[in-house]
Design a protein around this ligand. Structure first.
Ligand SMILES: Nc1ncnc2c1ncn2[C@@H]1O[C@H](COP(=O)(O)OP(=O)(O)OP(=O)(O)O)[C@@H](O)[C@H]1O
Length: 257
């Protein structure tokens, strides 16, 4: 279980650009939940993910994973149990390295290996077997630089790499936003498959309201640092895209956006 308890976060305190984003923000994510998070630009979605991953510090409040307080834990320590896929695939993969090197690094996440020891040619066949079900032909490109792959191939690889080691949480930060509609569908199907297979607790930020409705078992809408809508289980199943779009538009109008 992940718990964000009374989180407070001010950006640029004391300056004209001061922004009080989170004020006593609370969120609990139960094990096995697949939470879709939607919300307008600037509502705090990525900041929330960054707080969970430790890329930004909170001013006050506590972050617990399975009851353990990780608020002060460094981000690189947290990464051992969190897999993250970004909108920009170059953040989740190393473009100048080959698929083999990238997968080796992903498999050795958290281990004290340098790259020389980390690149594991003995694992070549294992990696190929992991890539084959993606149906993207990546298993025949082990020596190819990741930067030369298509966006979809890279996001599929990033997803696989994020879940190669045992993790408690998978964090998806608009991971289909830079893909064409057809490729985005493929990556969403793959995401759903991976989440179900690995039974990993997942938080997915997306601007695609249909994906938020169709995938996952909980839907949260953020607005100005608050979760203004939170539907899970049967309630979530009964929501349709038009309804969510209606709520989204109503808020935008009220805020003059
Ligand atoms: N490091 C930072 N320093 C100062 N302000 C920040 C920082 N990160 C985010 N913000 C501000 O906090 C607010 C929330 O940003 P955040 O990126 O979390 O929103 P978001 O919901 O993910 O938006 P988007 O949908 O555009 O990605 C914005 O007003 C943003 O400008």
């Amino acid at each position: 279980m992940l718990e964000l308890i009374n989180i407070n976060k001010n950006y640029n305190p004391g300056s004209v650009n001061e922004l009080c984003l989170f004020k006593d923000f609370n969120l609990t994510v139960k094990d096995g939940e697949f939470v879709s998070v939607v919300g307008s630009n600037g509502s705090g979605k990525t900041s929330m993910l960054n707080i969970i991953c430790g890329s930004i510090a909170v001013d006050s409040g506590r972050i617990l994973i399975h009851g353990e307080d990780i608020t002060k834990q460094k981000d690189y320590i947290r990464q051992r149990r969190i897999g993250r896929v970004y909108q920009d695939p170059s953040k989740g993969t190393c473009p100048s390295m080959t698929i083999l090197e990238n997968m080796s690094i992903a498999e050795n996440k958290g281990k004290p290996y340098n790259l020389g020891r980390g690149v594991n040619k003995a694992k070549l066949e294992t990696y190929r077997e992991m890539l084959r079900p993606l149906n993207l032909g990546l298993e025949d490109k082990m020596g190819v630089q990741v930067g030369s792959l298509s966006g979809g191939q890279r996001q599929a690889l990033a997803l696989l790499m994020a879940t190669m080691t045992p993790i408690d949480f998978l964090i998806l930060d608009e991971h289909t936003a830079a893909l064409d509609p057809k490729t985005a569908e493929i990556i969403m199907e793959l995401t759903d498959q991976v989440v179900k297979e690995k039974k990993v607790t997942t938080i997915m930020v997306t601007h695609n309201l249909r994906y938020a409705v169709e995938y996952g078992n909980r839907l949260i809408m953020m607005h100005e640092g608050k979760a203004i809508l939170d539907k899970a289980g049967e309630e979530k199943k009964s929501i349709n895209t038009e309804e969510i779009m209606g709520i989204f538009n109503k808020i935008s109008v009220e805020c003059g956006n």
